[in-house]
Design a protein around this ligand. Structure first.
Ligand code: ADP
Ligand code: MG
Length: 251
């Protein structure tokens, strides 16, 4: 059983504080959704946890299995078991998905250790079958000319191959058409299980019709202002974010 604990986290961009004292614990097997209006700091939270250099954690901590990840570089965090899926993934023209994934797995091995090619392809094809991804897909260059849906398929395949303890997925507003939404949902639903914790960041209530979360948190102005079960997403869909805002004003 693993845990990812975000403790009293404050994150600034330049001199502006964006995430303000946010705490949240995710355990293996749980799917948590963070929802909230645009500009509330959802992507900032994800990028700060990923170790993006533009985002400064001014106080608080992020612990993976009780150990702070803050001293670690982004790649060390990944090796420790964090997977970060981005809203706007980069293109890598000339590098096939198969070779990219192979390099990613190779990078996790100790110095001098060589990834077994036969075993690698066997595993890759098994994961692709599980996710119903066409074999031809892996010979294409990473994200080069991909549709939104194909980018998501590539991302889910990366996640399946890397077998992280925790996946942070920032799936906001732009670029997610219904096709891409379904790919993310099918992928997460296939991969979810006792060994994986998911933090799903979304602006869309609709995504949660496909991925039913165990917990829903509403983020507002850099803080989690309300938490609940999956019914909270439905309540938000029916009443909108203004409802949460009104409650805050009344409280
Ligand atoms: P969300 O993902 O909830 O829409 P963001 O985390 O993207 O919110 O943004 C939160 C706030 O931080 C916004 O006011 C946004 O303008 C600001 N912000 C985000 N990224 C940057 C950046 N790289 N430089 C300056 N301000 C930023
Ligand atoms: Mg965002």
């Amino acid at each position: 059983m693993s845990s990812l604990e975000i403790k009293n986290l404050h994150v600034s961009i330049g001199t502006k504080e964006i995430v303000k004292n946010l705490s949240l614990t995710i355990r293996s097997g749980e799917v948590h959704a963070i929802m909230g209006p645009n500009g509330t700091g959802k992507s900032t939270l994800a990028k700060a946890i990923a170790g993006h250099p533009d985002y400064t954690i001014t106080s608080g901590d992020v612990l993976l299995d009780g150990r702070s990840i803050l001293p670690q570089e982004a790649d060390e965090r990944a090796r420790a078991g964090l997977f970060l899926a981005f809203q706007y993934p980069s293109d890598i023209p000339g590098v096939s998905i198969a070779n990219f994934l192979r390099a990613a797995l190779q990078a996790r091995l100790a110095e001098g250790e060589e990834l077994d090619a036969t075993g690698y392809y066997k595993r890759l094809y098994a994961k692709m079958d599980m996710l119903k991804i066409d074999r031809k897909f892996t010979s294409r260059s990473v994200n080069d000319g991909f549709s939104g849906g194909e980018k998501k398929r590539c991302e889910i395949l990366q996640m399946a191959m890397l077998e992280p303890k925790f996946a942070l997925m920032d799936e906001t507003d732009s670029g997610l058409d219904i096709d891409a939404l379904r790919i993310v949902a099918d992928g997460v639903n296939t991969l979810r299980g006792p060994g994986l914790g998911v933090l799903l960041i979304t602006h869309y209530q609709r995504l949660l019709d496909y991925i039913v979360p165990d917990f829903v948190h509403v983020m507002w102005d850099g803080r989690i202002v309300k938490s609940g079960g999956k019914s909270l997403a439905l309540e938000l869909e029916a009443k909108g974010y203004d409802w949460v805002k009104k409650e805050l004003v009344l409280a």
